[in-house]
Design a protein around this ligand. Structure first.
Ligand SMILES: Cc1cc2nc3c(=O)[nH]c(=O)nc-3n(C[C@H](O)[C@H](O)[C@H](O)COP(=O)(O)OP(=O)(O)OC[C@H]3O[C@@H](n4cnc5c(N)ncnc54)[C@H](O)[C@@H]3O)c2cc1C
Ligand code: SF4
Length: 467
């Protein structure tokens, strides 16, 4: 198709107006209609050397599935997608496409890149409206048994891949719902829980077994699992919240983002009184941090009834790690940004409840090890913000339970598991790992990519016995 005929702008997706959505937990974007999806798919150049595919950690055949969407062959598009991605409805919603496939799209050099994520979401949602879902081909049974610890994106991906290869797979999940951060962290308005359930049910329909409320390291150790299974994958994520360690941080009303979001999402505090899960519905909320987790916490606080939500971030907007779309959504909904600002202490009332956060203004110095410009405090710039609730969203580290209870499993200084990045092999024979437990807090698609890499190596190990 000649470039001149291509619309320079991507097909927009309509969404709930900001003043309405800030009072409800319904999903924000509405998704494409079939006509919109076909129009957007027709913008794709069908490149011979598609740079978008190399930008995708699970190597989805992007031009292949887009070609089918462009022609209205949605079923064929689903089949192509499911060869490499068992969680398309999730990736289409939360993957940072702007820095991955879409960031690498050739069209992006001259005009807006193809909206690959929106198309991925469209075909997954289209499939959900069909009477039967597309099944993956499952190879003949190998008689080998695999245990997967953790039902987040890394665990779900390796479970799907290993099942397709004919192995029998059991997932052990500590919580009462599978999905990991997709279920307990990312809020309903960005990723409806029914979507996660749908993708998990697809895996179960392939014959993957799921044991919930099962904390490995407590109920059984990895060594005990190795006695019953031929190989084990550890995908337990990075669920241990970090705090700043500043004075007053133990005051009442100060949450970690993990606890705040888990209470709201997984324990459905937002559906009060149907679910009577306690959560502080603060009126003056401060959220500390500038990543996706901070945006989710700030937008959740608004929806829980806050009058003012202030997001405090120590660098400038350009350095914010959150996705641009989510920063934009938060701003539209009325989250106030205090940029170049760092909390230094919390001040509590006589009952020990937080009432103010004291902050310092910052300016940017030279780049640090992360490549981002280092924030430097401006002397004597202290000021206070009145608050009754604070959510700290400055990062997470891996839960130490499995490393602590598994002899021979080596960790790095950061507490992450040591693995060979090309295979996901840990320092213990038969044990593989991937996702946030290896990288530290990262992204859904990187966790899925790690699950895929480990599946390939694990399959080889099971077939050859060679470590
Ligand atoms: C609020 C929030 C928003 C985010 N937004 C985005 C986004 O928009 N886009 C994006 O790409 N990424 C986002 N991320 C990051 C992304 O969700 C993670 O990188 C990804 O989920 C990591 O996957 P994982 O499978 O390694 O771990 P997890 O998703 O953490 O799953 C690990 C699972 O293991 C279970 N587990 C832990 N210990 C044990 C044990 N001992 N026994 C059994 N089970 C155990 C846990 O309960 C959990 O279910 C976000 C993260 C958060 C917290
Ligand atoms: S790089 Fe862009 S235009 Fe080329 S095949 Fe991929 S999505 Fe289509």
């Amino acid at each position: 198709m000649p470039v001149a005929k291509i619309s320079p702008k991507r097909t927009p997706m309509s969404e709930q107006p900001a003043d309405k959505r800030r009072h409800n937990f319904d999903e924000v974007p509405y998704g494409y209609t079939p006509e919109q999806a076909m129009a957007e798919a027709q913008r794709c150049l069908q490149c011979k050397k598609p740079s978008c595919v190399s930008g995708c950690p699970v190597q989805v055949d992007i031009p292949g599935f887009i070609r089918e969407v462009a022609q209205g062959n949605f079923l064929e598009a689903v089949k192509i997608m499911k060869r490499t991605n068992v969680l398309p409805a999730i990736c289409g919603r939360v993957c940072p496409q702007e820095v991955q496939c879409e960031g690498a799209c050739i069209l992006g050099k001259k005009m807006e890149p193809v909206a690959i994520g929106n198309l991925e979401r469209f075909i997954a949602d289209w499939e959900a409206t069909q009477p039967e879902c597309v099944m993956c081909e499952i190879q003949p049974a190998t008689g080998k048994k695999v245990a997967v610890v953790g039902a987040g994106p890394a665990g779900l991906t390796i479970a799907g891949d290993m099942r397709k290869l004919g192995h029998s797979v059991t997932i052990f999940e500590a919580l009462h719902k599978p999905g990991g951060v997709l279920m307990y962290g990312i809020p309903e308005f960005r990723l409806p829980k029914a979507v996660v359930e749908r993708e998990v049910n697809f895996l179960l329909s392939m014959g993957v077994e799921l044991k919930l409320d099962y904390v490995v390291g407590k109920l059984k150790t990895i060594d005990e699992l190795l006695g019953e299974y031929d190989a084990v994958f550890v995908g337990t994520g990075a669920g241990l919240p970090l705090f700043m360690g500043i004075p007053g941080e133990n005051s009442l009303g100060i949450y970690s983002a993990n606890e705040y979001l888990t209470r709201s999402n997984l324990m459905k505090a937002y559906l009060f009184p149907k679910y009577d899960t306690p959560i502080v519905r603060g009126k003056q909320v401060a959220v500390i941090g500038g990543g996706n987790v901070a945006m989710d916490a700030a937008r959740t606080a608004l929806r829980l009834g806050a009058e003012r939500v202030v997001l405090i971030y120590r660098r400038s907007r350009d350095e914010m790690p959150a996705r641009a779309a989510e920063i934009h959504h938060a701003e539209e909904e009325g989250v106030e940004f205090q940029l170049l600002t760092n909390p230094v202490r919390y001040i509590a009332d006589e009952q020990g409840w937080v009432k103010e956060v004291e902050c310092l203004r910052m300016e940017l110095g030279e780049p640090d090890a992360s490549g981002r410009r280092r924030p430097v405090p401006v002397p004597n710039s202290e000021f206070r913000i009145p608050v009754d609730t604070v959510v700290v969203a400055i990062g997470n580290s891996p839960n130490p339970l499995i490393p602590q209870t598994t002899p021979g499993l080596e960790t790095t200084k950061r507490g992450t598991l040591l693995v060979d990045p090309n295979t996901g092999k840990t320092t213990k024979k038969g044990v593989f790992a991937g996702g946030d437990i290896v990288t530290g807090a990262a992204t859904v698609i990187l966790a899925m990519g790690a699950g895929r890499v480990a599946a390939k190596a694990m399959d080889e190990f099971l077939r050859t016995g060679q470590w």
